[in-house]
Design a protein around this ligand. Structure first.
Ligand code: ATP
Length: 503
């Protein structure tokens, strides 16, 4: 799996999907640039989300709020006081860590031990192995998992009660060593705010301290009344938005999984108080179905229901995805109560209420939100799509099985040879198709090599013009996933591609 992850990173660079930012200056940690194909894939994921969330829902509208917001926003939302990570330094290696991540990684080692027991038993029992029963009854597995849970529970408790001195004691008690130096000589734990600060205005005394937004949601809350009134929205309704968010993450690792500058796709759904659980369940289901619609297989997704809730939530769950490094959060669905709107009422002095004509009363709506990282979704799609495939003739091919709707280039058009009028005919097809799809022309190397190049780049169709094409206006269309080739009329191409690439 780790190997696969390395391949993902190398492939993303080789095929023009993702580059390290400012690479000629040796890069900037946890900051990445989307390259020619990556920008297309990212845009297509964003559009796929927007279409299903905004276009297909009569009661959801989309906005595009500014990254800069009035600084009081972040006071009201709780980010100034509570958007912190607990930091700890190792005195010998001078390396800085997130205290919670150190403890979580330590706990995860117990899960690895449990997995080893399961694998051993699977080997021993062969076909008769009932994994579920084994996991539920084997004393060693049960013990490892109970220990792991006890550690996580204690960590959760200490952090939620801000008992930072005890977090340090806990790290020492568990005997956690610095992963770099092996030293167990730790500093105290302290809180570190994740928001990036900046200044608005030129002169030193009139400049205003601003933050780069750490989430897009607040841009929706502060616009609640404007959108509701100008759009004549009736509850229940939603406001959606995609856009950049910034967090000064301490441990930025795992490629684009955790970045300092990233993009979110969020939707806040405003409901009548008391109905939030119904909508929370509905959005959990709707969002999972959205993921499943891409065809990566149900086994790659699971819900993780939160037991410990943030101060603003009365229910929360993550949709976790099976990344190359295990199941990790891909999207969050949160029932946020009226926390945000009430806080903004209080700090702004403006009413953020809804008049319900049916009930003949005003109230502050409750909110159910769905929040997904676009970059994280990109990583999920890209890494699952990248496959090495054994072919019948004992060779392998690298194929990027991106869902056609998301693929950067929908078709590559080739002349079989670079003469006899074939290039002209192929270019004419490009000219016709380019109004509907992103298509490219390629005449370099033998056709077999060109097929492989497009397989690895994720292009769902290759279209080859040969000498017969000049006679009968037909071409060969080859499908990336099945490698099947078919002879079709040029005038049918548009409908064939359309059928597969449109959602
Ligand atoms: P995590 O626990 O992974 O830090 P979070 O719970 O803080 O995430 P939310 O604040 O709920 O995340 O943000 C919603 C979504 O935004 C996440 O599910 C994730 O997909 C994405 N996201 C959050 N932080 C980052 C980041 N640093 N880089 C990329 N995507 C991110």
């Amino acid at each position: 799996q780790e190997d696969h992850f390395k391949k993902v990173i190398a492939h993303a660079k080789e095929y023009g999907y993702i580059f390290q930012s400012s690479e000629i200056y040796d890069g900037l940690s946890a900051v990445y640039d989307y390259a020619q194909n990556g920008a297309e894939l990212k845009k297509n994921i964003r559009e796929y989300w927007w279409k299903s969330m905004v276009q297909l829902h009569g009661n959801i509208v989309g906005i595009d709020a500014a990254i800069f917001m009035h600084p009081t926003t972040w006071k009201a939302s709780g980010h100034v006081d509570a958007f912190n990570d607990p930091l700890i330094d190792n005195k010998d290696s001078k390396k800085r860590y997130r205290a919670d991540v150190l403890v979580e990684d330590h706990a995860e080692k117990l899960e690895t031990k449990a997995q080893k027991e399961i694998k051993k038993a699977a080997k021993r029992f062969g076909d008769d192995f009932d994994q579920k029963q084994f996991e539920e009854t084997n004393p060693k597995v049960l013990k490892y998992r109970a220990e792991k849970q006890a550690i996580l529970d204690k960590l959760g408790l200490l952090l939620s009660e801000e008992r930072l001195a005890e977090v340090k004691e806990f790290i020492e008690e568990l005997g956690i060593a610095c992963p770099i130096s092996g030293s167990k000589n730790w500093t105290d734990v302290r809180q570190f705010n994740l928001m990036f600060g900046t200044k608005l205005g030129a002169s030193a005394d009139s400049a205003m301290d601003l933050y780069l937004r750490p989430e897009t949601a607040q841009g929706i809350f502060v616009n609640f009344s404007n959108v509701q009134k100008t759009g004549r929205m009736k509850i229940p309704f939603g406001i959606a938005q995609t856009g950049k968010a910034f967090r000064n993450e301490i441990v930025a690792r795992q490629f684009i999984f955790r970045m300092r500058e990233f993009e979110q796709m969020e939707m806040q759904f405003f409901v009548k108080p008391g109905t939030q659980m119904e909508w929370y369940d509905k959005w959990k289901e709707t969002r999972l179905n959205w993921h499943l619609s891409l065809g990566f297989g149900e086994e790659n997704y699971r819900f993780h229901d939160h037991e410990k809730l943030a101060h603003y939530a009365d229910a929360a769950a993550d949709i976790e995805f099976n990344f190359s490094f295990g199941f990790k959060e891909l999207e969050g669905i949160h029932s946020r109560t009226d926390f945000d709107l009430k806080a903004h009422e209080e700090h702004s002095g403006k009413k953020l209420q809804y008049f319900d004509h049916e009930e003949n009363e005003s109230y502050v709506p409750y909110v159910v939100e769905t929040s997904i990282g676009l970059d994280r979704m990109f990583l999920a799609v890209f890494s699952k799509a990248l496959q090495e495939e054994e072919l019948e003739n004992n060779t392998t091919r690298t194929v990027l099985r991106l869902p056609a709707v998301l693929a950067p280039v929908k078709a590559a058009i080739f002349p079989l040879v670079k003469k006899d009028g074939l290039p002209e005919m192929a270019r004419k097809i490009v000219e016709d198709l380019k109004w509907d799809f992103n298509v490219i022309y390629d005449e370099k190397d033998a056709v077999g090599r060109r097929y492989r190049r497009q397989d690895a780049a994720g292009t769902p169709f290759c279209i080859t013009v040969d000498h017969d094409s000049l006679e009968d206006n037909t071409v060969t269309i080859r499908h990336r996933d099945t490698m099947e080739q078919k002879r079709v009329k040029i005038e049918e191409l548009k409908a064939i591609i359309d059928n597969e690439v449109n959602m």
